[in-house]
Design a protein around this ligand. Structure first.
Ligand code: M6R
Length: 585
């Protein structure tokens, strides 16, 4: 995964540090930078977040050439040795890399045979060691030998340019007055440019203060057209909240407002209309993690309304199932970042089979938005917390809009009513409950139908930020195996918002109680005191129109997960071992 950046201009260290902070969502296991001035490299590396690196970097206002990296470890441990930049054997070339070099072992063996010494275990260091000097020919030679995904930025001690290459990992270039930058994400350009160049797979070249030179995968020199970017999308501060996660949960109200407004505009209605007129007899919803759960919500809407087979699957599994994907398939790819490698790979798989490709993304300049025939933006604004909250909400609402539109049903009125009654739950009650949940090490979430989908999403949220072992089980499935785990140290959270299913779910809950398990009921239904008495804890969540319940119920539950993480002393914005954008398969 990882975020990379290169910069030529004044205040080099400061600019690189600011950029790295914007890229930290791509990984925060370690960070490093190399700056070249007067033919000398100065390198800084630190394990952990960019703020650790910041403490050791000496800032200079002088002009410089620099590259920097924030890492999410794939090959090799989290250590200084494995922190980028990596260097050529003679020390004259520095390199940062995002991606995975699949044939690195073979390449490394060749280098070891030439007695080249390695300091760490990364695939990236192997690429650095393949250089002894840096120019367009040496870059071309190395690229021809690489198999895998890469965004590379390279710098030589004596050079006045940065070299780059891109294949299946994002990379963008922007020019400002007396400076030029290359980075994994255009958000790095916000302080000095309002347009950027997007690199395609196979592109490589060099940038300098004077000019940029771009080649395509056929080694032809190409011109790039600048693209405008709307930086209003970016939010840098926590607006007084302690963490981005809680700020972002509350932003769901604004997101809903924005979705209602935008999906009444001609432009977006035209996109919905275009989807309606496509010829398809099967629908596939595809995503990873939380985005997959939004797909499940979408599947429930589409299944209820159409006489069309609708499937939902995890992106990494889609190619392994023998789905009948062809030109009569509508494939909807859901991804907040639009850069998730598993989702991109599944998208390409469906594209090769001539399916209609629709994307639901939050980042309009992302790879997935770019590859899709039609992109439906979810307008959630930048989501910084690794745990996805407002984006899940926005994905569910967008699929609701799409399914209503396809069915010729009004979505504006129900969403407006929802907006006026949206409820985030009572903080005091949720905090009290969080103290209870935080004491457990094992948690089940159970539910039926849409409540089972909500169970899967909250369970993911809880484990992601609290490190409590938690898993969702369909209520009816418990007795087929998972029940054997239950003892008095096990908490089961029962989610129930469907009157018709309540009696059955209740029986499943009692099966847990009889085995000593503790029970927390989360319900939007009226529950009499006899039933309540059977639960150790009860949380009432707000009611809303049936279709919209998954979007309503999730809000207090996201907060419950958040407060539980805080209660356990974790930083919910940056859970261990994870990154916001997962750009490796
Ligand atoms: O950017 P994407 O929506 O494609 O990301 C997919 C998942 O990695 C993501 O939803 C992940 O599960 C969240 N961190 C969960 O909160």
């Amino acid at each position: 995964m990882c975020g990379i950046i290169g910069y030529i201009g004044k205040n080099c260290e400061k600019v690189l540090l600011t950029g790295l902070k914007r890229l930290e969502y791509r990984g925060y296991d370690s960070a490093g930078m190399t700056v070249s001035r007067d033919g000398e490299f100065v390198t800084y590396k630190e394990v952990g977040e960019v703020k650790n690196l910041e403490k050791i970097v000496s800032l200079s206002e002088d002009f410089g050439y620099g590259i920097a990296h924030t890492r999410w470890a794939t090959h090799g441990s989290i250590s200084l040795e494995n922190t980028h930049p990596h260097f050529s054997a003679n020390g004259s070339v520095a390199l940062v890399h995002n991606g995975i070099i699949e044939n690195f072992e073979e390449l490394k063996n060749d280098l070891l045979a030439k007695s080249i010494r390695f300091y760490g275990q990364t695939d990236s260091e192997v690429v650095a060691k393949m250089f002894d000097k840096l120019n367009i020919n040496s870059l071309r030679y190395v690229l021809k030998r690489l198999v895998g995904s890469y965004a590379l930025v390279l710098l030589s001690k004596d050079g006045e340019q940065l070299y780059f290459a891109k294949n299946r990992s994002p990379l963008y270039v922007a020019r400002g007055e007396d400076c030029v930058m290359i980075a994994s994400d255009p958000s790095c350009f916000v302080d000095f440019a309002d347009s950027y160049f997007e690199l395609e797979d196979g592109d490589y070249g060099k940038i300098s203060l004077k000019n940029d030179v771009f080649y395509n995968k056929n080694d032809e020199k190409i011109e790039k057209m600048p693209k405008k970017i709307d930086f209003n999308f970016l939010s840098e501060d926590k607006s007084g909240y302690e963490h981005y996660m809680i700020k972002e949960i509350y932003q769901s109200r604004l997101v809903l407002e924005s979705l209602i407004e935008r999906y009444q505009t001609t432009n977006l209605k035209a996109k919905l209309e275009e989807i309606k007129h496509l010829e398809f007899d099967r629908i596939y919803l595809v995503g990873c993690g939380t985005a997959y759960h939004a797909g499940l919500v979408g599947q429930s809407y589409l299944n209820e309304r159409f006489n069309i087979d609708t499937f939902c699957d995890i992106a990494s599994e889609l190619p392994n199932k023998n789905y009948n994907i062809d030109s009569h398939s509508l494939c909807i790819f859901i991804s907040q970042s639009g850069e998730t490698a598993d989702t991109i790979s599944a998208l390409k798989f469906c594209k090769e089979r001539d399916a209609h490709i629709v994307a639901l993304t939050n980042v309009e300049y992302s790879t997935i938005a770019h590859l899709a025939d039609i992109n439906l933006p979810i307008f959630a604004g930048q989501e910084k917390s690794v745990a996805s909250t407002k984006a899940y909400f926005a994905q569910c609402v967008t699929i609701y809009i799409l399914s209503c539109f396809l069915q010729g049903k009004d979505y504006v009125e129900p969403l407006k009513i929802f907006k006026n009654h949206i409820d985030f739950g009572d903080d005091n009650e949720l905090k009290k409950l969080a103290k209870v949940v935080a004491r457990y090490d094992k948690v089940f979430f159970i539910g039926r139908g849409k409540d089972y989908i909500t169970s899967q999403e909250v369970s993911l949220k809880l484990k992601e930020i609290t490190y409590i072992f938690s898993t969702a089980v369909a209520s009816g499935e418990l007795k087929h195996g998972s029940l054997s785990l239950v003892d008095d140290k096990f908490l089961t959270v029962v989610i129930s918002s469907d009157k018709e299913q309540f009696a059955k779910t209740l029986s499943n809950a009692y099966e847990i109680k009889s085995r000593g398990g503790k029970l927390l009921l989360i319900t939007s239904l009226f529950v009499d005191s006899d039933v309540r008495g059977n639960f150790d804890y009860v949380l009432e969540v707000p009611k809303t129109e049936n279709d919209l319940l998954p979007m309503q119920i999730i809000l207090p539950l996201q907060k419950l997960a958040y407060f539980t993480a805080c209660e356990r002393g974790n930083n919910p914005d940056k859970p261990r071992n994870l990154a916001k954008s997962v750009t490796v398969e």
